[in-house]
Write a protein that binds this ligand. Sequence first.
Ligand code: COA
Length: 339
Amino acid sequence: MSAAASRILGVGTYVPPRVWSNHDLSRLMDTSDEWIQQRTGIKQRHWVDLNEETGPSDLALKASLKALEAAKTKKEEIELIIFATLSPDAFFPGSGCFLQAKLGLTDVPALDIRQQCSGFIYGLSIADQFIKTGTYKKVLLVGAEVHSKVLDRTTRGRDVSVLFGDGAGAAVIGATDGSAKDGSRVISTHLYADGTHAKELWIKAPGTAYAGDSITHERVDEGDFFPKMNGKTVFVHACKKMSESLTRALEQQGLRPSDVDLYLFHQANARITEAVAKQLELPADKVFNTIDRFANTTAATIPIGMDEAIKAGRLKPGMLVACAVFGAGFTWATALIRW
Ligand SMILES: CC(C)(COP(=O)(O)OP(=O)(O)OC[C@H]1O[C@@H](n2cnc3c(N)ncnc32)[C@H](O)[C@@H]1OP(=O)(O)O)[C@@H](O)C(=O)NCCC(=O)NCCS
């Protein structure tokens, strides 16, 4: 039987303990705390211990166990795992399979999705559809990243490497018949992409679109295995697409920006968030930011924002939450949630 809607039953997060301040990075490359804070609002990020065998599925496991506890859900109740990451444990198989094994589950389908900073909202939309059709009652949705191991932590890669942090966030999404007094549910999700900008932010290798072998010494020397970004183009599109799509999502529901209790935007740069808030005339106290402490954790950003907002007493049952995200692809997405 199909469900009236899906709702977020609980969230959990995990970040590795080691904190790297901007000062720490200035010992690795030619950068400064002043430059990073002024341009991005980032003060620090968490990175895994580079000597340890830690992949995103390890961070995801810790976040998932917390989410299951918050959702009062036994892991055996999970019928689908959706794993959003751009920094998977391995080229294949997907990190969802690694996570499934680490959770001690078998037979549960595990789906990896690759929409980068938009991954969690894309995943929420997929979970929402599966639940509404009655296919599954409980879905584990995870966004997890280990960026640090694929960043060029030298001056050559400083425009990108200072921006990213490692971390994981998970949510248990469950069916609701709509009878909850507070109306808790995923109200809407909208997904977008524009692949004409795919190479404005990407990692070229390893890939199979090359003539010849994918992995060569020359490509290692060229830095093809590190992310490359046209920062200004990404910046302009992120501001425009997040504002436009959020406005459309609210209008579709007959809502005004002032009806929203909390805005959770993707955290790539404090200046992007400020520009979107300014354009939509949002009061600063309704926009919840985490970039100063965690930097850009890509697919983990939105659930980390949810969890931190709950801990800070800023996100409570019954609130109307608006999420807008933007990332490589380009991909972008919105979600309106009655918490
Ligand atoms: C990356 C970003 C912070 C750069 O800010 P910017 O104001 O565009 O800075 P610029 O690219 O003009 O660089 C200015 C100078 O700082 C230098 N610079 C770049 N990174 C630096 C760093 N980490 N430390 C010090 N200097 C740095 C540049 O080399 C450049 O030097 P030059 O003027 O001598 O050539 C900004 O473009 C951005 O945030 N873009 C969007 C990123 C994003 O959202 N990514 C994820 C998408 S989900």
